[in-house]
Design a protein around this ligand. Sequence first.
Ligand code: NAG
Ligand code: NAG
Ligand code: NAG
Length: 530
Amino acid sequence: EKLPHSLLSGSWRTRGEDSEPTFPCAAVEVKNEPILGFKEGSAERAELLKALDGLKGTTEEIPCVVGDEHVWTKDVRYQLSVSHRMSAARGSSADIKSALINKAILASVAARKEWDLKPVQDRAQILFKAADVISGPKRAEILAKTMIGQGKTVVQAEIDAAAELIDFFRFNAKHAVELEKTQPLDADGSTNTMLYRGLEGFVAAVAPFNFTAIGGNLAGTPALMGNVVLWKPSDTAMSASYAVYKVLRESGLPPNIVQFLPADGPVFGDAVTSSQHLAGINFTGSVPTFKRLWKQVAQNLDTYKNFPRLAGECGGKNFHFVHKSADVESVVKGTIRSAFEYGGQKCSACSRMYVADSVWPQIKQQLLAIHKNITVGDPVEDFSTFFSAVIDEKSFARNKRWLDLAKSSPNLKVIAGGNCDDSKGYFVEPTIIETTDPQEAIMHEEIFGPVLSVYVYPENKYKEVLHLIDNTSPYALTGAVFAQDQTVIDEAAKVLRNAAGNYYVNDKSTGSIVAQQPFGGARASGKSLL
Ligand SMILES: *[C@@H]1O[C@H](CO)[C@@H](O)[C@H](O)[C@H]1NC(C)=O
Ligand SMILES: *[C@@H]1O[C@H](CO)[C@@H](O)[C@H](O)[C@H]1NC(C)=O
Ligand SMILES: *[C@@H]1O[C@H](CO)[C@@H](O)[C@H](O)[C@H]1NC(C)=O
């Protein structure tokens, strides 16, 4: 099936493209983007090295894009390379004021009608194109910016800024087109039509630092569905986010559909929640920030034309439950990766583990052996680094507080790591802590760093421990159960039914893949879809 020619006509034409599109939108087959290996001598490695080299010692200037103008404010904010604390980008953000945000709102709302009337295939076309561009010519640049700015290793950057982002764009575009085909029944000579229209007003997309893909998705997906969006990228992901924004524009996203606003969080929150046009907030970040936004919306409820839709994904305190029948090797490998990849700065990272006493000595010995081999360093200089520094000074201070507490508390014992050093970058050692009390704060509060806490239980008490896991933390994002015994697996699934959105059996608690494991949680973790 070819796209009807008219879909790319007029001012909505994909920039620089005069010919018909080469890929069909309807009935398109979409597969997960292959993850590249970056092996010594490979073409992708050479391109990435070139992109990294090109960014060395440079500072990128990033504007706010308001009403399709590049706006440079007087105060600037710097995004640093986390492992060197040298500037990677300089954003015109710090004093972006509510007046500017209001201008962006009005420009969006004015552009909305025409955008929403576009056939969904047109809008989908833009995301398909953007995905192709990220998969091809822009891959290296976006990866390099994610590595330098957000401190990711090659692999972590690749699964996020390339594979996941491309998957989000392609699968969402495909689903959007297919959704239109879902229509109500016709009866007795009547024809019934369901129109899928964007929200009347604008959507505020508030993105976190830890996934380049999330920023693109939070802003891109509402736009795909006919919404206009104000995108507030994270200060600590400005450079990669701006690169993604530019790809969207170059792939045909018209002006004013997405405004790029690297603003101060509270200033942005205050401005969007006091606008009568607020139609939705699409958020990923901390619980306190999401609650603040929700309360502001409640307070201003009489202001709005619509009831704003609020969707937030707010972190977790993800568990690994290890039964005595578990396969030790998969527990050890899965736990190391889940707890320490990207320095534990994923919402799905394992941060509390419950292990049967009969298997603990073996697991502990193997965890400690692998722990010795974990290299923490600069992933740009050394591709074999397992993880890098944590994202910023605030995060470093928070991790340090937990490490200090662990060293001084009688219930806690640091069995590996435990140190941190911010002389060059914000480095925190991968740390494993044993606790004798499963109710310690370290077992229920989110740390968001490379810190794993372990509670060892008497093997015959595993049922109580399942209930303990369910009741210990306010979060319910991800969790994993390791057991070979099928009755235990069945039992755990019942007890932990509400304790996680993404629930894994004999697999680590991280690593969901677009279209294979839909992602989201409950309780204080919020939900990621609306
Ligand atoms: C929020 O973003 C997600 C993608 O992360 C999308 O599926 C959802 O429709 C968006 N919701 C709103 C209200 O914009
Ligand atoms: C990303 O980081 C934020 C904190 O900035 C956290 O709340 C969120 O859960 C994380 N999301 C993912 C998908 O890792
Ligand atoms: C640690 O690294 C050494 C040297 O590369 C290797 O021989 C050993 O098998 C590794 N240990 C573990 C537990 O991975």
